[in-house]
Design a protein around this ligand. Structure first.
Ligand SMILES: *Cc1c(COP(=O)(O)O)cnc(C)c1O
Length: 518
């Protein structure tokens, strides 16, 4: 049978080992199958050594029962969904993590309430402690981390979370990890590219294990530098030897960050059942404000677990690299970067897309490694036509420019008396634009409280936007009869603890200093 042994292996190895529950769920890189990690190990490690993201080939072999979802609490649904995704956590461990993560710190006891919005529905993901959807994952990730154990047996080992943030991740990660046992956290954000409220949320964070610095560059620069730091074996050895510190990630490349987001897709479905909008088995469509592709990827995971998802619609802002990719099959990051009024979606490299490509190419690690290599070397890659066709059967796409975002904030308020933030407005716009089967309920994911972006929201609604962000919050509250989340309004008088600005090539030594100080 000719060819090298390597070719033979590639052609004939069974790509997915669906052997039922007898096989423990293991994770390996999207770019090779050599690793074999448990979920706990994958969560502790964050990213694979070859730069790939951890995936499990057992995903979808255990389905989540949906027949009796109506009436189940968020916490009950979480136990079921996370039990299927993280089988090496015991039911007791998961229960403890879930109860601590989804408790009193949420302002709505449904955690992610579903509300009617005209003919559609809105799934509010922003009722957590930092008013952004990232709380859903980052309230539980530190609890997962605390239940993992050091690989090398160093019981003094501390995990230092290292995160580059375009705004919301940083605060949500800080809030989740502040004073969490056995952990520390260092957050980098692009200087001058997040809102006043977002910046204050981070620079006022309390806790003895937290560090924050602004970076001279944009989000992609910061994220690329963080990825380089993760790949630096010399630094890793130094940190382990001198400070007993290992680095890990809280970006949505971490499995433990991604899988909690699968839960709210099931929760949305449960609420549609409860409100008698659908019957069990009916299909639903989700429109998702997208940046790093974590949120919408969780919707794909939900579908693999058995949720009847008809379409997942990627909504982008003016940085529409995903729209171009999904319409042409060519991913090209060589393009102007726009700083927009939806900063958490200002992203040119959508990291989690790699996982979607992995699953939809039936686990073709060689293809993924090649594409990601092209992206690194040339800033662009092209996927085979049949793969694009397969992706397009499930994923729709659209994007909104900044004028359209402002118009939609006004449109949604006028039509529904409901205030949306600029990220959610991208999805609202795309939903208005796309053809829609009226028999398939459509859920728009609302990813941030409008009070995180009060100036833009006021400008869009024609309210006074001349004062500080805090004056804007008061105007917004007064004009709309809504209330600012207390934690946001209180930032005005909170103490600023961090004011360091570092160049891109100073990030590594900042991390070293932070580790030494632990
Ligand atoms: C992070 C974020 C997004 C994008 O989510 P991804 O998982 O990165 O695609 C959208 N909106 C808001 C408000 C966010 O914070």
């Amino acid at each position: 049978m000719g060819g090298s042994p390597v070719d033979w292996w590639v052609v004939y190895r069974p790509r997915f080992a669906y052997e039922g529950s007898a096989v423990a769920t293991t994770f390996h890189s999207t770019r090779s199958t050599t690793d074999s990690l448990t979920a706990k190990q994958a969560i502790r490690k964050g990213i694979a050594d070859d730069g790939g993201l951890f995936v499990s080939d057992q995903l979808g072999s255990t389905k989540v029962e949906i027949g009796d979802l109506a009436g189940k609490s968020y916490q009950e649904i979480a136990r079921r969904v996370l039990g299927a995704l993280l089988p090496d956590f015991t039911a007791e461990e998961l229960g403890a993590c879930i109860d601590a993560a989804y408790g009193e710190q949420w302002s709505d006891d449904r955690i992610t309430p579903l509300k009617p919005l005209g003919d559609d529905f809105i799934l509010e993901l922003f009722n957590g402690p930092t008013s952004a959807f990232k709380d859903v994952a980052l309230q539980i990730l530190p609890r997962f981390m605390a239940r993992t154990t050091p690989a090398g047996g160093d019981t003094d080992e501390k995990i230092m979370i290292l995160t580059a943030t375009s705004g919301d991740t940083g605060k949500a990660a800080l809030a989740g990890f502040a004073d969490a046992p056995g952990t520390a956290i260092t957050v980098f954000y692009p200087e001058g590219k997040v809102s006043q409220v977002q910046e204050l949320q981070m620079t006022t964070q309390t806790g003895s294990n937290v560090n924050v610095a602004a970076v001279e560059g944009n989000f992609d620069d910061a994220q690329s530098a963080v990825k380089r730091i993760f790949g630096d074996k010399e630094l890793a050895a130094k940190l382990a030897g001198d400070s007993h510190v290992v680095l890990s990630s809280a970006n949505s490349i971490n499995v433990g960050r991604l899988v909690p987001q699968v839960v709210y897709y099931f929760s949305a479905y449960a609420q549609l059942l409860e409100q008698q909008v659908i019957n069990v088995g009916d299909e639903v469509e989700f429109v998702v404000p997208t940046g790093n592709f974590g949120d919408i990827l969780a919707g794909y995971y939900a579908k693999l677990l058995g949720l009847p998802v008809k379409h997942l619609v990627v909504a982008s802002d003016k940085n529409n690299v995903l729209f171009d990719f999904l319409t042409t099959g060519t991913y090209n990051r060589q393009r102007p970067f726009f700083q927009t009024i939806s900063p958490s979606m200002d992203i040119l490299i959508s990291s989690n897309l790699e996982r979607m490509l992995y699953y939809l190419s039936d686990g073709d690690t060689r293809l993924i490694a090649m594409l990601m290599n092209d992206l690194k070397n040339w800033g662009t890659y092209e996927i085979p036509e049949p793969l694009l066709a397969k992706i397009r059967q499930l994923f729709g796409c659209g994007w909104a420019d900044e004028d359209q975002v402002r118009e939609m904030i006004a449109d949604c308020w006028e039509k529904n008396r409901y205030v949306i933030d600029p990220h959610t407005a991208c999805a609202y716009f795309v939903a208005q634009q796309m053809p829609h089967d009226p028999l398939t309920p459509r859920v728009i994911l609302a990813t941030a409280s409008p009070y995180k972006f009060p100036r833009v929201v006021n400008e869009s609604l024609g309210f006074d936007a001349n004062g500080t962000d805090f004056e804007c919050m008061d105007v917004l509250a007064h004009e709309t009869g809504t209330t600012a989340p207390a934690a946001l309004r209180g930032l005005e008088t909170a103490d600023v603890r961090f004011d360091t600005v570092v160049p891109i090539d100073g990030m590594e030594s900042f991390v070293e200093q932070a580790a030494k100080a632990l």
